[in-house]
Design a protein around this ligand. Structure first.
Ligand code: GBH
Length: 473
């Protein structure tokens, strides 16, 4: 039975699922092997000027070949769960049509390997690697992509649905829509606010259709979920309430309301009326999107502080991601993102564990019956390797401190009655950090990119002890 968190000190219940997360394009490599087709991230990373240092996911951590020893390491660390993503272009190399058996076989081996080691598989169907032919047909701005996703979800659940425990349809559709089609910082690198909002809707539709397909095809009493990256908003200027309302609508409620309530917020439609007429929203869509889910996945890293730009003073834009010209805020480009108090991670993101507690409580208040899971939390820091007769070590005290503070914040939420089911640390190992290439390291396991050697950092042993003892060390 579950302990009463109000009496438990810093104890985490045995069924509070603690593990770690990765994503296919960030770790697998083997980009052209076993029939994998090209994705928008292959195209984007091979386009000069898009990714730091020209880095690509061609080799990445070579997890595609090293999966077995990677699973051994996860087992050694005692992970209760492993959250990974499935590369759509390995399952359907062109994004439609028959499955590619070699691609399915890789994930089938991976899932079996996890189960053999007693690690719960949490599979994400889409962590941003859209098959390139679907982008050539309009990508997420094209309604047809949602139907293609539903077909892919069905085929995949038919293959793996007898063994996977938890299915996540999409990872952070905010990033797919607004960074992919609005700001252009992510693949496919488009800068069109109307396309970004169409993408929001088609991603929501893909989620709803995908949930229905997986529920039909999976036989292992599946938990269905979606993972969202929430914007936790701060600001005490006169115009901060207006700025918070706008960003909350675009970033948070644009997803939570259709998915969990079956409606788009009226203020979102008004705020974006100059950008699009929302004619992509068709009768019946909201009913398709509004499907019950067992778990809402929460990714949390940082907060944002906002106010409305006065149009005169130099505009601040510290919204924590690469500014590459376009805007991720269609209809609300006049929101100013202010510099925030430190300390900061190597990404320049402010460290604010209280924001996690605040977010979990706010979600509980708005969606009281919806179980939650932290599907990503973690930090990039400049790690340093030391070596002595016992071997190589990475003393990442800053990452341990970050995780300790955030696990403690999650525990405070548990103690206030939040139905939080688990916590997946981002990331199991250093990997391709999207536009930042290999320059930013989020792993609890270090990757030596010359030898591809894996070196568990001190934070990995810290997590091992937390999982074993159920208390932060
Ligand atoms: C996640 O995205 C991704 O799922 C994962 O693949 C990635 O490697 C990982 O996180 C680390 O970046 O408003 O202050 O939070 C992160 C999504 C969204 C986080 C925008 C930063 C802006 C700054 N990002 N957000 S803030």
């Amino acid at each position: 039975g579950s302990p009463d968190y109000r009496d438990s000190g810093l104890e985490f219940a045995p069924d509070f699922v603690i593990g770690s997360a990765t994503a296919s394009y960030q770790i697998e490599g083997a980009a052209r092997e076993d029939g994998r087709g090209p994705s928008i991230w292959d195209t984007f990373s091979h386009t000069p000027g898009k990714v730091w240092n020209g880095d690509t996911g061609d080799v990445a951590d070579d997890h595609y070949h090293r999966w077995e020893s990677d699973l051994d390491l996860m087992a050694e660390l005692g992970l209760q769960a492993y959250r990974f993503s499935i590369a759509w272009p390995r399952i359907q190399p062109t994004g439609s049509g028959a499955i590619n058996p070699a691609g399915v076989a890789f994930y089938s081996r991976l899932v079996d390997g996890l189960l053999e080691r007693g690690i719960r598989p949490i599979a994400t169907l889409y962590h941003w690697d859209l098959p390139q032919p679907l982008e050539d047909a309009g990508g997420w701005a094209n309604r047809d992509t949602a139907y293609r996703f539903a077909e892919y979800a069905a085929l995949t659940a038919e293959q793996l649905g007898d063994r996977v425990h938890t299915w996540t349809t999409l990872n952070e559709p905010w990033c797919s829509a607004y960074l992919g089609y609005g700001s252009g910082a992510h693949a496919p690198g488009r800068t069109d606010g109307a396309a970004a909002l169409a993408a929001v809707h088609h991603l929501n539709l893909a989620h709803g259709l995908g949930v229905q397909e997986v529920r039909r095809a999976a036989t292992n009493d599946p938990d269905l979920s979606i993972t969202l990256n929430f914007h936790v908003l701060r600001g005490d200027h006169d115009t901060s309430p207006e700025a918070k309302r706008r960003i909350d609508a675009l970033a948070n409620r644009a997803f939570t309301h259709p998915i969990l309530k079956g409606e788009y917020p009226a203020d979102l439609l008004e705020d974006t009326a100059q950008v699009t007429d929302w004619s992509f929203l068709r009768a019946g869509d909201l009913a398709e999107i509004h499907q019950p889910i067992e778990v809402l996945g929460v990714n949390y890293y940082s907060t944002a502080t906002v106010r409305m730009w006065d149009g005169a003073s130099p505009r601040q834009n510290n919204d924590g991601h690469k500014d590459v010209g376009g805007s991720p805020w269609p209809g609300s480009r006049d929101v100013e993102f202010l510099e925030q108090a430190g300390p900061y991670t190597a990404m320049g993101w402010n460290i604010a564990p209280d924001g996690l507690e605040e977010l979990l409580l706010a979600l509980r208040d708005e969606f009281p019956d919806q179980p939650l899971m932290i599907t990503e939390n973690g930090a990039a820091f400049e790690d340093r390797v030391t070596e002595n007769e016992d071997g190589k070590r990475v003393h990442d005290a800053d990452r341990i401190d970050y995780l300790n503070r955030h696990f403690t914040a999650a525990h405070r939420a548990l103690a206030q009655g939040v139905d939080l089911r688990g916590y997946q640390v981002w990331s199991f190992m250093d990997n391709f950090e999207w536009g930042y290439g290999y320059s930013k390291r989020f792993g609890i396991v270090r990757i030596d990119y010359d030898t591809l050697e894996r070196i568990p950092k001190d934070s990995a042993y810290w997590l091992q002890e937390l999982i074993a003892t159920r208390r932060t060390p």
